[in-house]
Every structure is written in C-alpha cells, then in structure tokens.
Design a protein around this ligand. Structure first.
Ligand code: FDA
Ligand code: GRG
Length: 447
C-alpha cells in the first residue's frame, strides 16, 4: 500500500492537516489508536481563539460542535481580590464532534481514515523516512512520500529518528505543564458564562494556573482544571485541584461528567517541523502558546504550513528537508517567533512570587488590552515598557523593575532571531547555536 502522505494521530492537529490535505487533493491516509467514535477525545479546556479560524479559513464550530461562546478572559490575582479583563472572541469547542467534522470533510475528498491502529515504527531508507509499520488487526507496512507525526505528547514517530535530526528534540519537564481537568455540572447557575476565568496563585498552581471555563451553551456546565510546572516532584494537579478548588461551596453537589489530565508543552517550537520525508505538527512539535498553554490554534497553523509545503514538494517530486523547508519559514514567521518570545516571558512569570503577582495585577501594571497585545504579538510595546517602568519605580519595586527590563530585552532579541530563521536547512545549525547562546545569556542573567 502506498500514499503521498501518512498522518499518525487524528487529534486536533492530525484532523486539521487531513482537512487541508483533502482540500489540496493529496493522497492521504490518517491513522489513530482511537476508533472513530473517540477520535479527538482529549483532556482539554476546549477554548480556542476565533481569530485562528478566520486567519486559516477553517470552518467555525457550529451546532453541537460549539459548546460555548467566549467574549473574554478574567485573570485573577492570588488573593482573587483583583482582576484584569482581556477582551477577545473565542469558542468552547466540542473536541470529538469538531475533530470528526474535519475528518469527515477530508474523507469526502478522498482521505482514508484508519481507526484502532497502532503506529509502531517508521521505515527509514537512505536517511529518508519512507513509510510506517503499523498494527491494524495485524502487522502492516505502508509506504509514503511523507510521514506526519501528529501523535501529540507520544511523539510516536520522531522519537525513533536519529538525535541529529532536528525534528527529534526531547521535551524537558521544566518546559511543560502537567494539567488535569474535570467537566462538571453545577447545582447553581453560572454568572457571565461567556467569560473564561484564570486564577494565578503559586500556592495553588505553582508554575501554572487553575481555570474555570464555562460552556455558555450548556446551562451550569463548566470545565475546571489546574496545571503546574512539569518538574515539581511530589505535587499532583488533581490533588491540588481537589484541595484548593473543589473544596469551595460552589462545587457542592456538582456532578463530574468527564475527567483526565495530560502534559502540555510550554516552550518554543522544535527547531524544525520537517526533515527528509517527515513532518511534525501539534503538540509533537511543541507548537503551544508557552504562557497560556493553548495549543489548538497553533496546531491548526502548523497543519496549514506543513500541508502547503507538502503540496509544493510533491509538485517538484522531492520530499527532502530542503524541499519541505517552507513549512518552517511559514510557521516560524506566523507563530514560532511569538512562541520563542513568550517562552522568555513564561520563564519570568514562573519565577514571580505571589506577592509580585498580587502587586502587578492590583496596580494594573499591564491592563487587559496590553495583555492582549503581548499575547497576540509576543512583544511589549515601547510605550508599555515605559509605563511599567514608571509605575514600578514610583511604587519602589526595584528588583521587579530590573528583571522586567531584562525580560523585555530578551523577548525582543528572540523575536528578531526568529525573523532570521534560515531559508534552507544548511543555515539551521548556526541559527540554533545563536538561539541557544541568547537563551543561556537570558537564563544566566535572571538567576
Ligand atoms: P492530541 O494529543 O490531541 O492527538 C494525538 C493523537 O495521536 C491522539 O488521538 C492519539 O490517540 C494519537 N496517537 C498517539 N500515539 C499514537 C500511536 N502510536 N499510533 C496511532 N495514534 C497515536 N489548548 C487550547 O487551545 N485550549 C485549551 O483550552 C486547552 N486546554 C488544555 C487543557 C489540558 C488539561 C491539556 C492537557 C491541554 C490543553 N490544551 C488546550 C492543549 C491542547 O489540548 C493541545 O495542544 C492539542 O489538543 C494538541 O493536539 P494534537 O493533535 O497535537 O495532540
Ligand atoms: C496551565 C499551562 C497550562 C495549561 C492549561 C487551559 C489551558 C491549558 C489552556 C487554555 C488556553 C486559553 C486561555 C485559551 C483561551 C482561548 C482564547 C480566547 C485565547 C486567546 O488567546 P490567543 O488566541 O492565543 O490570542 P494564541 O496564542 O492561540 O494566538
């Protein structure tokens, strides 16, 4: 059996690329461990920014694929006495139904779906991935011009590849969150169900946050979860959620509809989304917003960039790293640079004490619009830096002030560096070397 493309994993990223490849008329097979009825099921807060669908011409979730409308996010200080409201449109999306919608569209255009299928290992020939070994009611070999790893945190394909291939960079747990969530039906009505709530508190969720995301289309139903930095031994997000959150009176008598947890990569993307005969998208490529941990929008961006690069590579008749490379230049410009710079910000945020967080939110060092700008562009505008510097010096927080200066400088440096992402694979080693130097200098200066 042979295809142009085999996609391993039919989660949000895999289903998105199947959707794009179907529309590009590329002969594709997509396989997942899960049977059809469960594809797309994944512990998630289910929130996605609307702008992603507009920018990528993806269909909005509709009917029962849409569980809630989002009008903005309230971010609460550790005491919960102060909040910043970030206005922005989004959706609470039904993970299974929307994934099935994308896959159905792809199938109607000739993409083949194989459920209940276990990817076992890649087939590599002359330094090129040429196919996959799978178990699907029996051992099978399938050949293809490109294999796409969309297997999420399993990184089921790339982890078999040589370490010298830049698609195989391991995740360090300090660069991840471990997150757990439950979907619950409450006894009482939820106020402002179109506003998502994020609570930052180092005692409750060290290195992360806990969230309360109502499904506005489903009366009294809410997605509540908690994420902590991945390398904090002895702490468990489920235990913290039960201890600090579900013990509150508002959850008394609530019914658990669904529960589960998983790892969230919260770092810059892997150095390259493609190599010879292989592409990586979604969580397997660490394409997640490092500050808020949302990865659905960026999964779709990585899928779009990779699908177009594959289409063009197939046209020239070669799927080498060089011929697939435009996937990188597309992704790194659209989102990778923002991830790189927000990774710098994330590291700073994770070092702040509850006292610093309370101070920053209560004194409104950054308001909602400004936070939105930082989140959208991965950048502090010059006027904002001046404002914060003035406010913090007036209010005498010299250590915070000094650190923030460093953070802003390195966020800009990283952003500029991603703009210089190499146009061919030959430039990658030098670019990576320089990136690691910037990161080392930053970490040393924040010690
Ligand atoms: P995903 O894990 O969804 O899919 C991978 C697929 O590969 C699975 O279907 C799996 O079965 C399959 N697979 C794995 N190994 C295989 C093998 N060997 N053979 C065959 N198939 C295999 N993001 C966001 O935008 N908004 C949010 O609110 C949240 N909230 C959130 C909460 C929690 C608790 C977590 C853990 C994560 C989030 N995220 C999020 C992140 C978001 O869920 C994540 O970025 C995307 O779902 C990633 O989609 P992928 O398709 O890459 O991986
Ligand atoms: C605790 C790190 C950690 C992970 C938990 C709950 C969760 C994972 C992620 C939720 C992400 C989130 C807040 C989504 C809200 C949706 C929304 C309207 C986001 C607006 O942000 P965008 O769209 O961000 O500007 P991106 O980076 O996707 O463009």
């Amino acid at each position: 059996m042979s295809y142009d493309v085999v996609v391993v994993g039919a989660g949000f990223a895999g289903a998105s690329i199947a959707y794009f490849l179907g529309r590009l008329g590329v002969k594709t097979l997509i396989a997942d461990l899960k049977p059809w009825d469960f594809v797309g099921s994944k512990p998630c807060g289910d929130a996605v920014g609307k702008h992603h669908f507009d920018e990528l011409s993806m269909p909005y979730p509709k009917g029962d694929e849409l569980e809630g409308i989002v009008k903005g996010i309230s971010i609460y200080s550790p005491s919960e006495q102060h909040e910043v409201f970030v206005s922005g449109e989004g959706f609470e999306i039904h993970r299974i139904k929307y994934t099935q919608r994308l896959l159905s569209d792809a199938i109607s255009r000739g993409v083949e779906f194989l459920g209940g299928t276990h990817f076992r290992e890649p087939i590599i020939k002359d330094d090129h991935v040429v196919g996959v070994k799978i178990w699907s009611g029996g051992a099978k070999e399938i050949f293809s011009k490109v294999v796409i790893d969309a297997s999420g945190n399993a990184r089921a394909v790339v982890r078999f590849l040589p370490k010298s291939w830049p698609v195989n960079e391991e995740l360090v747990l300090g660069d991840a969150n471990i997150a757990y969530r439950e979907i619950r039906v409450l006894e009482n009505h939820i106020d402002n169900p179109e506003v998502l709530r994020i609570y930052i508190n180092n005692d409750v969720a060290p290195g992360g946050y806990w969230w309360y995301f109502p499904y506005s289309k489903m009366e009294r139903t809410v997605n509540i979860g908690l994420g902590i930095r991945g390398d904090l031994r002895g702490l468990h997000p489920k235990e913290l959620l039960y201890k600090h959150v579900f013990s509150r009176p508002e959850f008394k008598g609530s019914k658990v509809v669904e529960s589960g947890g998983a790892l969230v990569p919260t770092r810059r993307p892997i150095p390259s989304l493609v190599w010879n005969g292989i592409a990586v998208i979604g969580d397997a490529a660490y394409v997640v917003n490092p500050v808020h941990g949302g990865g659905k929008g960026s999964s779709m961006i990585s899928a779009k960039c990779v699908s177009e690069a594959i289409k063009n590579a197939l046209e020239v008749g070669s799927t080498s790293a060089k011929d697939l490379w435009e996937a990188n230049t597309c992704y790194m410009i659209k989102y990778g640079g923002k991830q790189g710079s927000l990774d710098i910000f994330r590291y700073f945020l994770q070092k702040l004490s509850n006292d610093d967080l309370e101070f920053s939110i209560s004194k409104k060092l950054v308001n909602g619009n400004e936070l939105n700008e930082i989140s959208l562009r991965g950048k502090f505008e010059v006027g904002l830096v001046d404002k914060i510097l003035k406010l913090s010096s007036l209010l005498s927080r010299p250590s915070l002030l000094l650190k923030l200066r460093t953070v802003v400088k390195y966020m800009d440096l990283i952003k500029e560096h991603y703009l210089k992402y190499p146009s061919t694979p030959e430039g990658l080693n030098k670019w990576l070397h320089d990136l690691n130097k910037i990161l080392k200098n930053y970490h040393d200066s924040l010690m």
